[in-house]
Design a protein around this ligand. Sequence first.
Ligand code: MYR
Length: 280
Amino acid sequence: MKVAIVTDSTAYIPENLLEKYHIHTVPLSVVFGDESFREGMDITTAEFYAKVKQSKDLPSTSQPAIGTFIELFEELSKDYDAIISIHLSKKFSGTYEAAKSAGNMVENVKVYPYDSELSAMPQGLYAIAAAEMVQQGKTVDEIITHLDDMKSKTRTYFMVDDLSHLQRGGRLNSAQALLGSLLNIKPILHIVDGLIVPFEKIRTRKKAINRMMSMLEDEAVNKKIVRVVFIHANNEAVVTKLREDFAKNHPEIESIISYFGPVIGTHLGEGSIGVCWYTE
Ligand code: MYR
């Protein structure tokens, strides 16, 4: 049985890895006023962050149309028997539901929609793991069981410079956001059951980054980490340094730099940093 792996653009999987693992993506969009841009297609990440600074309209985001999924699934049905379609948390976006509906409408291919309960490159790690298993000849059931298992072994922490983006987009409890902006804290956030939740309240950006790195270091010493990802929102130099520092102690662990592109950048804001890893 031939299995294709699909994910959405918010996984922000670097281009070389998309090609290496033959992963297909469907774009979400950012909207400025009445203009809509499919991320990675109509607008690059650099253009997006520049536009946010110039634009009088703050951006909003939208999920892909069901028709976009149908088009891709029909194309893939020519070469594949099954598709695992891995998406950002269904509590963040209607993308998973759109993939599910489209999957029910196409013929000649069985579509298995999968809710990563995350987003950004942590979701990308699921897509990569699934694609590796396809290359090893594993079945759809084996791959889905493995993804379920990864959920309990994946740690995702991130911090934002300004909580107002998350508050405005409605993806963080507003009372928490208000408290954060009033006290000028830099909370470390994480995702629990598909929702963003404060993990720890920390006063400065530097301390928040150090704390995320020390949690990573603890896990690297005590467990076997498969892959680590450092994620930035238009501040690559910061994560390049974090990655270099980590690699000095742990050269054997694969590490990847990814980014918060337009859609997730709309909700987190420039300057956000994320660290994610999963263990065996
Ligand atoms: C839509 O409009 O359908 C997309 C909504 C996306 C909401 C994203 C919320 C922030 C997720 C942050 C994940 C960080 C993982 C490191």
